[in-house]
Structures are given as C-alpha cells and as structure tokens.
Design a protein. Structure first.
Length: 261
C-alpha cells in the first residue's frame, strides 16, 4: 500500500549530518524531493549527492534557523525551486551540558534561540506557506527523551525540549482547522557527533572516563543497543506519510525503551 510520500516535497533543517542526514536518506528512498538546510554548504552538498542518487530532486540552502527572516527565506527558496511544500521537518538543534549553577546568560540565549526559536520560526513559516498553497501540510519537530524527563547536567537542554513538546501541542490545536498536523519525534541515545560531544562534556565535568557516560545510557536501553539515525528516520517517514494523517499534537518516543512516559 502506498504511503503517499512519492513525489512529495520536504524541507529538513540540520540536514548536513547525523539524524538530519539519516532522515534525508530515508525520505529520498521513499521518493520525496528534498530541501536540505544547514550552516555548512560543503556538508550539505555531500548529502545532496547522496539523496539524488535515489532519483529524487534536491536543493540546498544555508540558513541560521535562529533567525526568523532566514527561515522564511528558506521556505520561499524551496517553493520556488521545487514547486511546492508538503512536509516541514524542524530537525536542527544543539545540546548543552552544564550544571544549572554554571549557566550564564550567553548560554541560555544561544540554546533558546536555536532549539525553541528555530522550531517556532519553522512552524510559523511552514504553516503560513501551507495555507497560502491550500495544502494539508505536515510539521514535524525534533524533541528528545529530554523532553519527557529532565536529565542532570542537561537542564537547559531538557527545558528547551519540554518547550518543543508544548509548541507541538499548541500548534497542533491552532492549525488543526487548516488541516495541518504537527507532531514531534523524541530520540534517545543516538550514535552521532552530538552524543560524542555530550560524552566529552560529561567527562570534563564529572571526571568519568571518556565513553563511560555514553555506555551508561546505552546500557539502560531495553533493546540493548544504541539508536541509529535510520531508527529515528523510520518514525519521521511514518509521520510524514498518509498513514499518520489522523495523528497530531504527539511527541513520540523512539528510544529503544530507555524512558517510559
């Protein structure tokens, strides 16, 4: 049975590596034409070559998602280049490992602007374009297990992901009458560069040997292994498909059984 993805157009922020790249590869296999957004033109170019090998159309756009005007400009680029927009995936985000006592205004401003601001502007810009195009669009946000449970040394990061859950619920209610669904995916411990950075920062703060924090969290996963970008991408592909047409306002855990909520 067709999931209705073939020929659709999706935009993915943070597409140059990690989970974003994994999502791009999965959607390309499903026949989705892609707009890839990130800060690195070179890395985006490499991902573009990968997805185009599946026979889909792709475009790249360098943008800072913390800047509202750049997100809106990216949406216009996508529509003018690929003809339309069906799915907005607000994937980009950053982590921050620091005790609450050590957080300074600059730390707070940076992560709020990216993890909350970027999602807010992505929701706004995509919804406005869907309504202009008279489309039943889909907005899919990157949350985290840290949006369901606060983790020590990840306090502000956890707060931003709780905020993404709230934004997802509110946007789902506000845009339901426009036939726009809004959902979020909540990964756990994914073997990407972000977790390398998290493990390194835990090591610096706690004195734990390098790799120990990563191992500790992986050991707590019921399915017994770390998550891959492809695991996350499978859920995003489902939420992008016609099969998820009656799902909205949800922040779905995909973590192998690490957090239960």
């Amino acid at each position: 049975m067709s999931t209705g993805l073939n020929g659709k157009v999706a935009i993915i922020t943070g597409a140059a590596r990690g989970i974003g790249r994994g999502i791009a590869l999965r959607l390309a296999q499903e026949g989705v034409n892609l707009a890839l957004l990130d800060l690195s033109a070179d890395q985006l170019g490499a991902v573009r070559q990968e997805v185009e090998s599946f026979g889909v159309k792709a475009t790249t756009y360098v943008a800072d998602i913390s800047k509202r005007e750049e997100v809106y400009a990216a949406i216009e680029h996508v529509v003018s280049t690929l003809g339309t927009l069906d799915v907005m995936i607000n994937n980009a985000g950053i982590s921050q490992v620091k005790p609450i006592a050590d957080v300074v205004p600059e730390d707070l401003e940076k992560i709020l602007n990216i993890n909350i601001g970027g999602v807010t502007w992505g929701i706004q810009a995509a919804a406005a374009k869907f309504k202009q195009l008279n489309k039943n669009g889909k907005i899919i946000n990157a949350c985290s297990i840290a949006g369901h449970e606060g983790f020590a040394l990840l306090g502000v990061y956890s707060a931003t992901k709780f905020a993404v859950r709230a934004l997802t619920q509110v946007a789902a209610k506000e845009y339901a009458s426009d036939n726009i669904t809004v959902n979020a995916y909540c990964p756990g411990v994914v073997g990407t560069d972000m977790w390398v950075e998290i493990d390194q920062r835990f090591s610096e703060i706690t004195g734990a040997p390098k790799g120990e924090t990563y191992k500790k969290y992986v050991d707590g996963i019921a399915l017994g292994r770390a998550q891959t970008p492809a695991d996350v991408a499978a859920l995003v592909a489902f939420l992008s498909s016609d099969d998820a047409a009656y799902i909205t306002g949800q922040s779905i855990l995909t973590d192998g059984g690490l957090v239960y909520r």
